[in-house]
Ligand binder design. Structure first.
Ligand SMILES: Nc1ncnc2c1ncn2[C@@H]1O[C@H](COP(=O)(O)OP(=O)(O)O)[C@@H](O)[C@H]1O
Ligand SMILES: [Mg+2]
Length: 200
């Protein structure tokens, strides 16, 4: 059993988007998956899962309730809450990999690095921490953000996710960004989540 968690202090960075895409692609690889929605106020992933009903999803008010269930699945995907709570550290201790999606602006990157610094200080090994750049507009923006990640000393995904209306549209239909109609965008999203799986 593997636990992959998507965390960030910020909302809107792509935690739910990437959680859902990872769940869909892992299921295609015949893994038994549970998507754990830890943002009980918004329940984004739960609502999304109801549209197609293919990915099992549960909302958890307390992360402590996740661990007893995890032995029943090959992969537990945690769609984390949009804030740093004591729950984040608890998630970090149990997860095999902590993915932090972040936008490319300094306003996004500075707190994102601080978040990883705090986890490192709390004893979480840096090899469990991975940045994914999301909602990018241009390759130049991607390059500058990659450089920033590189300097931070934390691992970052070589594949990023661009901001595209079609990604939102496909999620509205209860599908994942890795199932979008446009071939190149689909490939980018698929490669991104498959690369996260390979990271383990
Ligand atoms: N790469 C992207 N391109 C376009 N829209 C995106 C992208 N990533 C996320 N979104 C949209 O932005 C909103 C917030 O994303 P979400 O994954 O729910 O963030 P979080 O879970 O971190 O709060 C959602 O409406 C989602 O569809
Ligand atoms: Mg969310």
């Amino acid at each position: 059993m593997i636990i992959i968690a998507f965390i960030s202090q910020k909302g809107g960075v792509g935690k739910s988007t990437l959680s859902q895409a990872l769940a869909v692609e892992a299921k295609k690889q015949k893994l038994s998956v549970l998507l754990d929605d830890c943002d009980s106020q918004q329940s984004t992933s739960l609502e999304w899962s109801k549209i197609k009903g293919k990915i099992p999803c549960q909302v958890f008010n307390s992360v402590k309730n996740i661990w007893p269930l995890s032995k029943n699945y090959d992969l537990i995907i945690i769609d984390g809450p949009a804030r740093t709570s004591t729950g984040t550290l608890e998630i970090a201790k149990h997860a095999d990999l902590l993915v932090q999606p972040t936008g490319a602006s300094r306003a996004d990157l500075i707190p994102a690095v601080k978040e990883f610094n705090a986890l490192k200080k709390a004893g979480i090994p840096t090899k469990k921490l991975l940045f994914v750049l999301t909602r990018l507009s241009t390759p130049a923006e991607a390059e500058a953000a990659r450089e920033y990640c590189q300097k931070s000393g934390y691992n970052y995904s070589p594949i990023a996710l661009y901001e595209k209306a079609s990604y939102r549209q496909v999620q509205n239909e209860g599908k994942a960004v890795s199932e979008v109609n446009y071939k190149s965008l689909r490939k980018q999203a698929k490669d991104l989540v498959n690369n996260i799986l390979k990271y383990l």
